[in-house]
Design a protein around this ligand. Structure first.
Ligand code: 5AD
Ligand code: SF4
Length: 445
């Protein structure tokens, strides 16, 4: 008989792209006989798939590494790997900072993971942070049966925008789009395995420009063309994408929001600030006004669209007036959902060390004010759903007996009771109740 299977524990930090990468790493290691475990105590290998976007996220990795020490002492054979964006940004330095780490693998090298693990098992401490020319996904195993009806699908990686605060262009590299044919194949394979909704992922996903499939005339496909082709895949019911940049919101993508029913009416379109001075300093290359006009055009195409965004407060040089401009933009746009952060200086980015640092207590106060407004808007959006009919794709059991939880078209969690419900069921639901983070509803008919 084969030797007993080894156990792998993966902890994922940060964005959905890391969630997707962790799944692909689990699959690659699965092919080597590793089974996933939630229990670190059982693991033979622990992988931390890290995030470098803000200081807090990056430092968390080192405190979590410290927490792994007793496990390694109890089981000296336990191998610990650091993957993801901290691995990409810090490389070798991680081995110096923590003697617990056996291997470091950057975000573009996951196809090399089995080989790196083998080298670590032989006592080496390999570090792999190249940006190889080949597509890492070509060398990863096919996707196994999913137990969930939703899946992430990476279509684009990296970013060429160079916002002055952001590490992504350095940790994920230049924009690279996967060929459309490979994405369509992956989507068809996911559908065969029970998936009904895909979220197309990219650091700058609406800048997608991939080679069109040769059997469809080749050429250069943008995100709208890709979404329309995916909409033709039988059994795929819903398409989402994230994260987008305002300057890449092209006409055909806006039009697709109006006429492609499988493209869901939820859009994450970060603006970061409502002050033109700060937008310029951030190198965003758009104004508050151009963003507002863009939102108007998108809403003209799809009036019920729920909009989400990202905001940074306390960027160097941000005055009370700049912050007031951000609050005014939020009031004008009206978000259904949003994420907001205090500026965190990241090593190697252009904004580091700039004049006009905002004192922490001022940034804290601004963040609180901004979050209060965004929460108020989110509540209003949730309450506005009461009485409306939505479709819900059910994903899992709720906490109450007989209750199931799924997502509305607008990405809101909806709780419903129903005997015939199960993961993968797509049903019409009338919303009967709302709280800030979830909705309650009943099946129609
Ligand atoms: N400090 C604070 N927030 C940041 N983000 C990116 N870099 C930083 C930083 N240095 C935020 C932006 C981005 C989101 C993913 O994280 O709002 O859209
Ligand atoms: Fe970072 Fe997004 Fe700006 Fe790219 S567009 S640099 S990923 S914030």
């Amino acid at each position: 008989m084969a030797e007993t299977t080894k156990k792998l524990h993966i902890k994922t930090y940060g964005c959905q792209m890391n969630v997707y990468d962790s799944e692909r790493m689990a699959e690659a290691m699965g092919a080597q006989g590793y089974e996933l475990t939630d229990d670190v105590g059982q693991a033979d290998m622990v992988l931390l798939n890290t995030c470098h976007i803000r200081e807090k996220a990056a430092e968390k990795v080192y405190s979590d590494l410290g927490r792994l020490r007793p496990f390694k002492e109890a089981k000296p054979d336990l191998k610990i790997g650091v993957a993801g964006c901290v691995a990409q940004a810090e490389g070798e330095e991680i081995l110096n900072r923590s003697d617990l780490v056996d291997l470091v693998v950057g975000s573009q090298s996951y196809h090399k993971l089995p080989e790196l693990v083998a080298r670590a098992r032989n006592g080496a401490r390999p570090v792999e942070t190249e940006f190889p020319a080949e597509d890492k996904f070509d060398h990863l195993p096919a996707r196994p049966r999913s137990s969930r009806p939703t899946a992430f699908l990476t279509v684009q990686e990296g970013c060429d925008k160079f916002c002055a605060f952001c590490v992504v262009p350095y940790t994920r590299g230049a924009e690279v789009s996967r060929p459309a044919g490979k994405i369509l194949d992956e989507a068809r394979a996911l559908v065969e395995k029970g998936v009904k909704e895909v979220t197309l992922l990219g650091q700058n996903v609406n800048a997608y420009h991939g080679a069109g499939p040769s059997d469809q005339g080749g050429g250069d496909w943008g995100l709208a063309r890709l979404a329309r082709a995916l909409a033709k895949v039988d059994g795929l019911e819903r398409i989402r994408y994230t994260t987008s940049h305002p300057n890449d919101m092209e006409d055909d993508l806006i039009a697709a929001h109006g006429d492609e029913p499988k493209l869901m009416p939820y859009l994450h379109l970060p603006v970061q600030s409502g002050s033109d001075r700060i937008l310029k300093a951030m190198n965003r290359k758009h104004t508050a006004e151009s963003y507002i006009r863009l939102i108007e055009r998108i809403r003209a195409a799809r009036p019920d669209l729920v909009l989400s965004g990202d905001f940074i407060v306390g960027f160097p040089g941000e005055t009370d007036q700049d912050f007031a401009d951000t609050m005014a933009l939020i009031r004008e746009v009206n978000y259904g959902m949003a994420y907001s952060f205090k500026y965190s200086p990241r090593p190697g980015t252009p904004a580091v060390g700039r004049e006009g640092a905002v004192p922490a207590e001022i940034a804290d106060a601004r963040l609180q004010q901004l979050q209060a407004l965004l929460t108020e808007q989110q509540r209003a959006c949730q309450n506005g759903m009461i009485g409306r009919e939505v479709s819900v794709l059910f994903e899992k059991k709720g906490r109450l007996e007989g209750q199931w939880v799924g997502k509305s078209d607008y990405l809101q969690a909806v709780h419903v009771r129903g005997d015939a419900l199960a993961p993968g069921v797509l049903a019409r639901v009338r919303i009967t109740g709302a709280s800030t983070n979830s909705l309650a509803g009943e099946l129609i008919g």
